[in-house]
Design a protein around this ligand. Structure first.
Ligand SMILES: Cc1cc2nc3c(=O)[nH]c(=O)nc-3n(C[C@H](O)[C@H](O)[C@H](O)COP(=O)(O)O)c2cc1C
Length: 257
C-alpha cells in the first residue's frame, strides 16, 4: 500500500476532539484540497460555511438530533448544494431575455440540478475528509443537517436554491481516540460490486453475512427478532429519519417550485 491508500484504509469517523484549534496552515491545506475536487462542468455548484460561532455550534447539537460532539469540534464546515450562485449570475446576465430572443427554453433549477449540486458538494466534502486525515485531523459527517430545514435556513441565511447536504466536524484526536479502535465492518464485496448487471441479495446471503458480523452484538437488537428489524427500528424507521424525510421534502418542493 502507498501512503494515500493507507490513509483511506485507516480512516475512522472521529467523534471526540482535542480542544486545540486547527492551525491556520492545516485549515488552508484542507480547503485547498476541497476546492481541487472534481466538479460537474467545473461549475462548483456548492458552497461551504465555516460555523465559527460557538452559539451556532451549540444550536446545531440540538437541531442535528442531539449530537453533543458537534459543539466540541474546533472546525465545523457546512457543505451546501448551491445553484443560487449560477442563477444569480444568469439573472444579472439577462439569460431569460436571451432565451426569449432565441426561442430557447428557460427554466429555474429542478431535481437534476439539486442532484448534481449535491454530488459536487459531497465529493468536495470527501476531499476535505481525506486531506484532514492526512494531516492527523479526524472528522465526522453529520447527515442530520438535512433535518429542520426551516431552522437551518434561518440560521445560515440560506436562499431558495441552496440546500445543506452535509455538516463535517473536524479536530485533532483526543489521546484515548488514538488508541486502535476497530474499524467499522463493511458489506462483503459481492453485496455491493457487480459486473454488468445489478444483483439483488437473497435472504440466505444476508444471513450468512450477518451471522458473523452481529454474533456478539445482541445489544443492537433490543426487542427486535432479527437484524433487519433492528436496523429498521434504529435507522430507517426512527424519529430522526421521519424528520429528515419531512425536512428534505419541504426543501425539494421549494427548490423545484
Ligand atoms: C452521509 C453521512 C452522514 C453521517 N451522519 C452521521 C451523524 O449524523 N452522526 C454520526 O455520529 N456519524 C455520522 N456519519 C458517520 C457514519 O456513522 C460512519 O461513517 C459509519 O458508521 C462508518 O464508520 P467509519 O466512518 O468510522 O468507517 C455519517 C456518515 C455519512 C457518510
Amino acid at each position: 500500500m502507498n501512503e494515500t491508500l493507507r490513509i483511506i484504509d485507516n480512516r475512522k469517523s472521529l467523534r471526540g476532539y482535542d480542544s486545540k484549534e486547527i492551525t491556520l496552515e492545516h485549515k488552508k491545506l484542507i480547503l485547498h484540497s476541497t476546492f481541487r475536487a472534481p466538479t460537474a462542468g467545473n461549475m462548483m455548484m456548492y458552497s461551504i460555511i465555516e460555523v465559527a460561532d460557538q452559539k451556532m455550534k451549540d444550536k446545531l447539537v440540538k437541531t442535528c438530533d442531539n449530537q453533543p460532539f458537534i459543539a466540541k469540534a474546533p472546525l465545523v464546515l457546512l457543505f451546501l448544494a448551491d445553484m443560487q450562485r449560477w442563477y444569480d449570475l444568469f439573472e444579472y446576465s439577462g439569460v431569460q431575455e436571451l432565451c426569449k430572443e432565441r426561442n430557447l427554453a428557460y427554466d429555474t433549477p429542478k431535481e437534476s440540478d439539486l442532484m448534481l449540486a449535491s454530488c459536487d458538494a459531497l465529493i468536495a466534502a470527501q476531499n476535505a475528509v481525506i486531506a484532514a486525515e492526512s494531516l492527523g485531523i479526524g472528522s465526522c459527517y453529520i447527515g442530520d443537517i438535512m433535518e429542520n430545514i426551516e431552522i437551518h435556513r434561518e440560521m445560515f441565511d440560506l436562499p431558495k436554491w441552496v440546500f445543506p447536504i452535509a455538516l463535517l466536524c473536524f479536530g485533532y484526536p483526543l489521546r484515548e481516540d488514538r488508541e486502535d479502535r476497530e474499524r467499522t465492518p463493511r458489506f462483503s464485496e459481492h453485496f455491493v460490486y457487480f459486473k454488468n448487471k445489478y444483483k439483488r441479495v437473497k435472504i440466505e446471503e444476508f444471513e450468512a453475512e450477518f451471522a458473523d458480523r452481529f454474533k456478539d452484538r445482541k445489544d443492537l437488537f433490543n426487542d427486535a427478532q432479527n437484524i433487519g428489524q433492528a436496523m429498521f427500528l434504529r435507522k430507517t424507521g426512527s424519529d430522526f429519519a421521519a424528520e429528515m424525510r419531512r425536512s428534505v421534502k419541504v426543501a425539494i418542493d421549494d427548490w423545484i417550485e
